[in-house]
Design a protein around this ligand. Structure first.
Ligand code: FMN
Length: 187
């Protein structure tokens, strides 16, 4: 088995993260990897925001602002503190372009593929990552706070840092649960 396959078989998301976050050199290399995502017509329909420090506190305010009007103090506090669970959050943004042959869904898939490659590259460099979304990813007020254009969407918040403690193993599905081998399409 190649080292790449072994690495893929062992990858996990890690929610318990602390400083230090990756430095510029590691990040730049990881973004080069993200830029290798499969991409129909080479539209590059993605961009990333790297948030640290005060930006995470401000993101927490945006998350709290996106809570329902009747949110309790506890819910607001949870939303405000959510981005502080990691020393860095990389916001993956899909930026679809008008194209006669490439529908928006394909461009969002390309941006999602980029997030996966970014995450794997950071893991390979020794950092933990956790891809999160939730209602805040779809809230207009959060989009405005992050400066998204109208056509853009949030692919995910990649919580990034050094792993405090690995999470318990996630049960992995058997291939037979999601793969079918067919020699014919007859049923
Ligand atoms: C688009 C997307 C959004 C996600 N949003 C969340 C989330 O908001 N909260 C969460 O706990 N996990 C979320 N996950 C799942 C985790 O990132 C992770 O994959 C899951 O906990 C399983 O762990 P594993 O990656 O180690 O298998 C999301 C995954 C994807 C692809």
């Amino acid at each position: 088995m190649s080292t790449v396959t072994r690495f893929l078989l062992n990858r996990t998301s890690e929610p318990r993260l602390q400083a230090p976050a990756p430095g510029k050199e590691v990040l730049e290399q990881a973004f080069q990897c993200a830029g290798r995502a499969p991409d129909h017509a080479l539209l590059r329909p993605w961009r990333y925001l790297v948030l640290e420090g005060e930006a995470l506190t401000q993101l927490g305010e945006a998350f709290a602002g996106a809570c329902a009007n009747n949110a309790t103090e506890q819910e607001l506090k949870k939303a405000r503190n959510a981005p502080l669970r990691a020393p860095m959050i990389i916001v993956g943004i899909a930026s679809p372009k008008q194209h006669p042959k490439v529908p928006e869904v394909e461009q969002i898939l390309a941006a999602g593929s980029g997030m996966t490659l970014l995450s794997l590259a950071l893991n390979d460099a020794g950092f933990g990552t956790m891809w999160r979304t939730g209602p805040v990813a779809y809230a207009q007020s959060v989009h405005s706070a992050l400066g998204l254009d109208e056509a853009e969407s949030i692919v995910g918040f990649l919580y990034t840092g050094s792993v405090i403690a690995e999470k318990p193993r996630v049960p992995r599905p058997e291939n037979s649960e999601f793969v079918e081998y067919r020699q014919s399409l007859d049923r």
